[in-house]
Design a protein around this ligand. Sequence first.
Ligand code: MLT
Length: 338
Amino acid sequence: MLFKQRFIKSMSFALCAGAIAAASSMAQANTFRIAVGDGAGGTQHELGLKFSEEFNARTDGKHDTKMFLNGQLGDEQATINDASMGLLDFSILAINNVTPFSPSVGVLTLPYMVQSLDDAVELTQGEVGQQLVDNTIRDAGVRIVGWAYSGFRVLTNSKKPVQSLADLEGLKVRVPSNEIMIDTYRAWGINPTPMAWSETFTGLQLGVVDGQDNPYITVSAMKFDEVQKYITNIRYLFSIEPLIVSEAVFQSQPDDVQKAILDAGQAATEHSAEWLVEQEDKIKAELTAGGMEITEPANGEKEWMEKAVNQVWPKYYEQLGGKDKLNSILQSLGRDTI
Ligand code: MLT
C-alpha cells in the first residue's frame, strides 16, 4: 500500500507539468472520458449514464462524456493512477479499489461496518463522506463526485454450496488487492487470491480461482453466472462505487463546469440508490432462474461476523483514524460503540 501511495506522489510531482498541460488541453475538449470497471447493466454503468445525461443538460449540451465499459481503459486500480496524473478524466470503480491509494476510505470496506443501503447513504452523503472526499483529493489526486450503491457482496463459487466457514476450506477465492478484504478471508480461515478485477472473469473461467465476491447486480453485469453456480448470501461488505474525476482536470475547468460536474454527480448518486432498490431483487431472481443456487450462511452469519469483526477491525484502528473516530461513525449509524 505504501508503495502505491509513494508511487502516486512521486509520479504526481514528476508529471506535474505534463498533467497541467494535459488537463488544460482537456479543458477545451467537450467530451470527457469515463473509465468503467464493470460491464453494461451494472450499477457503475447506470451511475455513468445518469451522470452523463445530467452533465450534458447542465452545460446546455456543450459538454458530454464517453464511457468505456469492462475495463477498456485499464484495470480499476490503474485508472486511479491515470486520473491522478491528469491522463484520464473520470473513472467509476469499486471503493475497495480506491482504498490502496486513500487509506481512510477503508472505513467503507471494514467488514460489517455498512449494514444497509441507509448506512451507505448516511456515510457517503454526510460529514464522513465529505472527509473521505477531502482525504482522497489529498492522498490520491482524485475527487469523488458521485457514489453508486451496489448492494452486499455475496460469495459465489463453482464447486459447492457454502454455508459455514468450514465449507470454505479448499476453495480458491479471488479478492481485490485490498488488505482489509484479504484479512477478512484470513479471519475466516483461508488464504484468498488477490487478482485484478479485469482478470477475474478469465480467472474464474479457467479455474485459476473457484470463487469471488461481488453484488448480485455485478455478478449479472459481468456474466459470472456463466462460470459460477453457488451463491452464499453473506452481508459483510456493502459495495459502494464512486465516480471520481481527476483533480487536475477538475481544477482546470471554469466554475460553471465544476458546478455542473458536482451537481450532476449528486443527481446520479440519488438515482443510484433508487435504481438499486428497483433492480436488485429482479436480478437476483434472474440469476436463480438461470440456475444459480443461493445458500444462506449458517446461524444468521454469526460466526462470519464475529471472526471478521474481532480479528480484522483492531488491526485497522490506526489507519482509519483511531478507535474514537470509528466510534463516532458507529454512533452516527445508531450502533453500539466498540
Ligand atoms: C472488485 O471486486 O475488484 C470490484 O468490486 C469490482 C467492481 O468494480 O465491481
